[in-house]
Design a protein around this ligand. Structure first.
Ligand code: C2E
Ligand code: MG
Ligand code: MG
Ligand code: MG
Length: 292
């Protein structure tokens, strides 16, 4: 057994850190290879107008179809690359893929809007708008208003005036913006005042508990009121049951997304899912909801 001296310890520690760096590097390389090798997929989760009973669009959600591990969710690989330019390449792939998908879906329903999640690092690049324009020009038959970008409130943290300018440039092209996970960032109110958002997306953590937690119910209700006061649209995510949907309608939020309506699905399943969708259960739930 080797005697462990301070110096050896230092070496151990060093080797350990080295190992961590190498593992991180390897994992980043793996994700980059997944993009290059065509292993990334977009799943789509429908957004429902509960009152009107029809689908208004889809959110594109990234998946990695891993040859050994199967379907891997974005939280298991995007964090590995979010501080590198790999996130930019992935983001561009996602936008192109969504536009490509819109080429066929727009024929089915020209009112649909597909929303795409954009990472802060990608969104804040000086060439973001120019490159977006280029991508849109590659899909001339897709009107830009069919594309929506979802950004996290916290994305705006680093340079709010720059973010504001980018949003205005995109909106001039016809693209709309949703503030994702709204209510979870710690400066929601000041963002709301300074960022030209079109839609607030109520975070699923509030929606999930609103039927059992009065505070969350009030929070959801307040965000809906806030959206209305600012003249913005509002959508709830994480709508897991008909009762959630019914309560949201009662609170004045008609747009909903969640497992209670549909789980994210591969593009090829979307049209048949839509054809079979029936909004009646949520209306029945709304009719039988007890008073608040
Ligand atoms: P998000 O944009 O807030 O998306 C909502 C997440 O909640 C999705 O997880 C969705 O599958 C899940 N979800 C939807 N309805 C329900 C529900 O009723 N109950 C529960 N428990 N969960 C629900 P997912 O697909 O794992 O995505 C996680 C996050 O990863 C997204 O959160 C988004 O921030 C990020 N993300 C996904 N795709 C992309 C992408 O293409 N680019 C970037 N930059 N980020 C992405
Ligand atoms: Mg989102
Ligand atoms: Mg969200
Ligand atoms: Mg989220």
């Amino acid at each position: 057994q080797a005697k462990i001296t301070g110096r050896n310890r230092y070496h151990f520690f060093d080797a350990d850190l080295d190992e961590q760096v190498r593992t991180h590097h390897n994992r980043r390389t793996e994700v980059r290879a997944a993009l290059r090798d065509g292993e990334l997929r977009l799943y789509y989760q429908p957004k429902l107008d509960m009152r009107k009973g029809h689908i208004v669009g889809m959110e594109a959600l990234l998946r990695w179809q891993h040859p050994q591990r199967g379907i891997v969710g974005p939280m298991d690989f995007l964090p590995i690359v979010e501080h590198s330019d790999v996130i930019v390449d992935i983001g561009e792939w996602v936008i192109r893929e969504a536009l490509r998908q819109l080429q066929s879906w727009r024929v089915f329903d020209p009112r649909w809007v597909i929303s795409v999640n954009i990472a802060a690092r990608h969104f804040q690049r000086a060439d973001f708008v120019a490159r977006l324009k280029t991508m849109l020009s590659e899909f001339e038959d897709v009107p830009p208003h069919m594309l929506e970008l979802e950004i996290l409130e916290s994305s705006a943290l680093s340079d709010i005036s720059q973010v504001r300018a980018i949003m205005l440039d995109c909106q001039a092209l016809g693209i709309s913006f949703a503030l994702d996970d709204f209510g979870t960032g710690y400066s929601s109110m000041s963002y709301l005042k300074r960022l030209p958002a079109d839609i607030l997306k109520i975070d699923q953590s509030f929606v999930r508990n609103m039927l059992v937690d009065r505070d969350d119910l009030h929070l959801v209700s307040a965000v809906i009121g806030l959206a209305k006061a600012f003249g913005l649209g509002v959508i709830a995510e994480g709508v897991e049951t008909m009762e959630h949907g019914a309560m949201l309608m009662r609170l004045g939020c008609d747009l909903a997304q969640g497992y209670g309506i549909a789980r994210p699905m591969p593009a090829e399943d979307v049209l048949s899912w839509v054809a079979g969708f029936d909004a009646a259960p949520v209306w029945q739930a709304a009719a039988s909801l007890p008073p608040i």
